[in-house]
Design a binder for this molecule. Structure first.
Ligand code: NAP
Length: 284
């Protein structure tokens, strides 16, 4: 079985991104800029934001994190975003989700200028993306496509199954695979017989958010398995990361698969960096 090494692909992409950013910065006299707004102090969000900040610095993107108190009101959040919309040094604005429950996520996202939306979460960018004309593509699904491209996995005419229909993973994944000429089936928690679909598929992308819930018996021999899930599990008192798929079972059965960790995970931030740079180039 071929291990689809997302960490290696991600490192290669970041290397070439860093070189391109350096050249562009010298020519334009400025660096691409990403500002992340973090409301409250959710520990998982703080970790994600710090990873994004460090990754930006490594490739030469100017990064700022604006921390707002948990009890920030909608008007203040919108004002913060509007100020960034007008700032010429800021090419990408990211509101770290989830927001505290008293804030309206959709209203916050719609305040972002769509030309500064590297997560492709504004309605305008979702529409452009599904119409095949997106200025940026959703980060995690686009990361999956980059892994498939790097390993030359044939897509055209293949049967693909996507498990999960979230706005950030499943739905955009469905869209990118159909754009790549796969015949795609989208499964979710109300799918009557999941296995009936997965056993037919040449490529399965699993994004159900259920720790280790699928294994060898759920897939056709020779299938390509992409595991988007990330979960923390306690093994012998230690924290271990696992996915939605029991990776160890796939050896000798799947033709290729992404491990967890070091599979899809690192690609998400890499695509965020790429999108921020693309938006900076668009803005000049
Ligand atoms: P989500 O919003 O919770 O969506 C989960 C989806 O899976 C839903 O559409 C749900 O169906 C479906 N589902 C749940 N149980 C199912 C089952 N038994 N059979 C079939 N479908 C089922 O999750 P998400 O944000 O898409 O994330 C999915 C996983 O990916 C999580 O583990 C998350 O941590 C991980 N993730 C990883 C990255 C990365 O960078 N690698 C990025 C984002 C997310 P319904 O719509 O019917 O409820």
């Amino acid at each position: 079985m071929l291990k689809l090494d997302g960490l290696m692909v991600s490192n290669k992409l970041r290397e070439s991104l860093s070189e391109n950013i350096e050249k562009w910065s010298q020519a334009s006299g400025r660096r691409p800029g990403l500002t992340v707004i973090l409301v409250g102090n959710d520990p998982a969000s703080e970790v994600y934001v710090s990873h994004k900040h460090k990754a930006c610095q490594k490739v030469g993107i100017q990064s700022e994190v604006i921390k707002l108190a948990h009890d920030t009101q909608m008007e203040q959040l919108k004002q913060t975003i509007e100020t960034l919309n007008l700032d010429k040094q800021v090419d990408g604005i990211l509101v770290q989700l989830p927001l505290p429950s008293h804030l309206n996520e959709r209203e916050a996202l719609e305040t972002i200028n769509p030309k500064k939306d590297p997560d492709a979460l504004t309605i305008e960018n979702i529409g452009l993306f599904f119409g095949g004309e997106g200025r940026v593509k959703s980060c995690t699904p686009n990361g999956v496509m980059e892994i498939l491209k790097y390993y030359d996995i044939p897509l055209s005419g293949k049967k693909a199954v996507v498990i999960g229909r979230s706005k950030i993973v499943g739905l955009p994944m469905f869209n990118l695979l159909q754009q790549a000429n796969c015949t795609v089936t989208l499964c979710h928690s109300r799918t009557a017989d999941l296995k009936e679909h997965t056993l037919e598929a040449d490529i399965v992308v699993v994004a159900a958010g259920k720790p280790e819930f699928l294994g060898k018996d759920d897939f056709k021999k020779g299938a390509v398995i992409i595991d988007v899930g990330i979960h923390r599990k306690q093994v012998d008192g230690k924290n271990k990361l696992v996915g939605d798929v029991r990776y160890d079972e796939l050896e000798g059965w799947a033709s290729a698969a992404t491990p967890v960790p070091k599979g899809v995970g690192p690609m998400t931030i890499t695509m965020l960096l790429k999108n921020t740079f693309d938006l900076a180039r668009d803005q000049g």
